[in-house]
Design a protein around this ligand. Structure first.
Ligand code: ATP
Length: 256
């Protein structure tokens, strides 16, 4: 989980990020390249033997190719979504109890006690479309708790959203993400919601990204300054090949 390749900075350097103990928020209008980013990350996480994966896919489109790789897959099913987050919260609490007993500040991931990567696509589906208001609020509260406390316990959240707006990504949630990525947005406000307030005024405005270049984006990594980048792209056939190999690696299915 410590050296993932995501694409190239505008300067030509490779974008490499450590995902151990780091969460990522990705926002951008439809077609801006969020799925490309998500697939690139999942393709690498799926090949890590000390990592388990949970996919939330309200649209049943983006993550279906990883269905045989996910340890838990949640489609458009709010009850399963909530049950899954409650299970993750219990796992997190149990890990904290163990860490506290062993006087450890971080969970040490092993194949037997791995990292859990939770990919949520699309955040707004579970917080404002599916289920009723009480369920949506519970989903938001559980996810916020997991993003806030999960890192040290080896639980990593990747949250994707087309709707980078304050109601979907409140500041208190956004600020918990060490990594923030924004693809093209239709308003400067959305750009700031994803990256952080004030970046548009400093010239980092995702509304100015070229809509003809999906994957063109800004990446803010841990308190730095956003950097322009282009996400690497994997075709459906390439994703299918990696997914089949990862499934085989995980003892699920024979690779094609
Ligand atoms: N990094 C990239 N390089 C080249 N082409 C890309 C890249 N990212 C996306 N594309 C192209 O743009 C299309 C839309 O991208 P993608 O599905 O990733 O957008 P999205 O933001 O996830 O959209 P939605 O919110 O509708 O799911 C892709 O099908 C692909 O053709």
């Amino acid at each position: 989980m410590d050296d993932f390749y995501l694409g190239k900075y505008a300067t030509g350097e490779a974008v490499r990020l450590c995902f151990a103990y780091k969460n990522l928020l990705a926002g951008g209008e439809p077609g801006s390249g969020k799925s490309g980013l998500e697939q690139t990350i999942l393709a690498q996480a799926a090949l890590c033997v000390d990592t388990k994966l949970i996919g939330f896919d309200g649209k049943l489109v983006e993550l279906m190719q990883w269905a045989d790789v996910f340890d838990v897959f949640v489609g458009p099913d709010m009850r399963k979504a909530l049950a899954t987050l409650l299970w993750v919260q219990r796992l997190m609490d149990a890990r904290y109890a163990k860490m506290s007993a062993l006087k450890l500040r971080k969970h040490v991931a092993t194949a037997a006690d791995p990292f859990w990567v939770i990919s949520v696509d699309e955040l707004a589906y579970f917080t404002s479309v599916a289920g009723n208001k009480v369920e949506q609020e519970l989903f938001s509260a559980l996810l916020r708790d997991i993003v806030a406390r999960g890192r040290a316990a080896g639980i990593i959240v990747l949250a994707m959203t087309q709707r980078a707006s304050w109601d979907i990504v409140p500041t208190a949630l956004r600020d918990l993400f060490a990594y923030r990525w924004v693809g093209r947005c239709s308003t400067p406000g959305s750009s700031d919601v994803a990256l952080g307030a004030g970046w548009v005024d400093q010239g980092y405005n995702a509304m100015n990204l070229d809509p003809a270049k999906p994957g063109d984006s800004f990446l803010l990594a841990e308190g730095g300054v956003p950097r322009r980048m282009r996400v690497a792209w994997m075709s459906d056939a390439e994703v299918a090949q990696v997914a089949a190999f990862a499934a085989q690696l995980r003892g699920r299915k024979t690779a094609v």
